[in-house]
Design a protein around this ligand. Structure first.
Ligand code: AMP
Length: 112
């Protein structure tokens, strides 16, 4: 069971902001911005690069959910960033697909 499956199963606590049939969103335990949330599919796809055609609707749902949560968190006007880390060079540490939603301050580009 992945760390995020344990959060989904309520075996590990998290500040959950959204849950539906397909995904869950909660605050990152180590926030890198005033708003830092993770949107996680309930299906434990390990990382974006191994998602399959069967996951097309789910991936679209995740992105639409990110947009919905950003609006609820009042990030739309000032802006925000969406990040998916894949593998060692990407900075992935949890092998369960998740989308970072970061906002609440200006974010630098390019990333480090
Ligand atoms: P990544 O490095 O892209 O794999 O992102 C994993 C993220 O999960 C990191 O930003 C961590 O801070 C976050 N994280 C790890 N454990 C927890 C937890 N128990 N609750 C919430 N977020 C977590």
């Amino acid at each position: 069971m992945t760390l995020f499956e344990k959060i989904i199963a309520r075996q590990i606590p998290a500040e959950i902001l959204h849950e539906d049939e397909h995904c869950i969103a909660f605050r990152d335990i180590s926030p890198q911005a005033p708003v830092h949330l993770l949107v996680v599919p309930k299906k434990p796809i390990p990382r974006i690069g191994v998602a399959a055609l069967d996951d097309q609707a789910l991936l679209g749902h995740l992105l639409l959910t990110v947009g919905e949560i950003a609006r609820k968190e009042n990030l739309s006007e000032a802006g925000f960033r969406v990040v998916i880390n894949h593998g060692p060079h990407g900075g992935e540490t949890v092998p369960h697909l998740h989308i970072h939603l970061l906002g609440g301050r200006p974010l630098e580009w390019p990333p480090g």
